[in-house]
Design a protein around this ligand. Sequence first.
Ligand code: SF4
Length: 467
Amino acid sequence: MRQTRLKHILAAMPPAQYALTVGRDTAEPLAGAFAERRAVQPVAGGRPLKPDDWQTTWQSLLAQKPTPAERVVYIHIPFCRQRCLYCGFFQNYSDEELETAYIDSLIQELQLSRNSRYLGSGAVNAVFIGGGTPSTLAPHNVARLLKAIHANLPLANDCELTLEGRINDLVPPKIEAWLTNGVNRISLGVQSFHTQVRQAVGRLDDTQTILERLKLLAGYNQVAVIVDLIYGLPYQTGEVWADDLTLLQAAPIAGMDLYQLSVFEGGALQQAIRAGRLPAAATTAGQARLFAAAEAELAARNFSRLSICHWGKNNRERNMYNTLTKAGSPVIPFGAGAGGNIGGVSMFLDRNVEKYIGSIARGEKPFTMLLRQAAGTQWQHTVVAQLERGYIDLHELAGQYGSGAWELELLLAIWAERGLVTRDTDVPQLTVAGKFWYKNMTQSLVECLHALRDSGRDGQQTIMVHS
Ligand code: SF4
């Protein structure tokens, strides 16, 4: 098996870059396989388009016939009632007058592309209304939006229609507006069931209220209910996390996401900790222990794993939107701050609500960036999708990337020795430690494949590192 070029590429790296790519040789890979956590930035390359070309490019994309592949719609609601300390997504406080004007624009945006060839033919398989906090929308506004989604998008019969929300919004008038207008999946940010843990970071309700509201929603028996938890929050000791997992398992839900806390540099959470208003959040090693505890607990209960951080509790949960976006399916974006990709072009819409409303009033899609992706990038999505599911299949990858993908055997051999993957089957599987570090491993694989491609193209051995 050829592994020569990757060997040379790794050997030529400065020690810090080598450690970031390959990881560290440690007796405790769960806590220390890599020195720091990295984000996945898989789709490298691409050419930004000039602002003068944005609207014509969008019109030409809408004029295309869609491929028969699955595709999804993302709709962004940029309002929250309260700002959570750990959040990097907050945009605007809720304001009913602004919200009503925003929903008017969002409906207009849906109508603007309704008659296009791209949206008029083929089905949409999943719609995700995310934010911000979509559940803050007043019942009359969310009902208008949901009716417009049904009127303007060609939804597949089994389309997954998700609305993101908070426990505090689980009240009958809102729930009934969602359910009578076709929402079939509700994703709730619980973060922790523990009153002190959640209220310390800006969540509103106590344990008892969460349990009562989840019971209320389950009583309608009309939707898949998904709960997100975060591990590593201040006050969230191992005992608190064990209680969180126990309550999660007892809750009337169809699925769950377990996310690692990120303390953003300069963010409100970091400031509160530095000022002594909150105890420190878990270290990376501490987070690894909480992750491993959840792994053991959920595996013992036979929950079905749908991705590294997502579990199904029953077969009502399909997790279609997340699965399709990670695999590189087209995403059609609507709303201030939404992002998407169609026909090899990535796009972002203006986060500023007033500017967004102004663009829509002029009949324009409110872009802030369009990027034509480099040709032949599907293999990058495949790397992401594989590791999201906990395996690395070089055979599948070589079918898209070319035989050079087999050079990654070298990296897999190192990671197997270090306890990050097992080679017991034809397709290497991530261990618990590998699952904890899967984002680092994803980014390393993508960067090595880019370096291999560059070295084959111009003889140079380069690797781009995004930390
Ligand atoms: S409700 Fe969600 S989007 Fe809004 S601040 Fe809290 S975590 Fe962020």
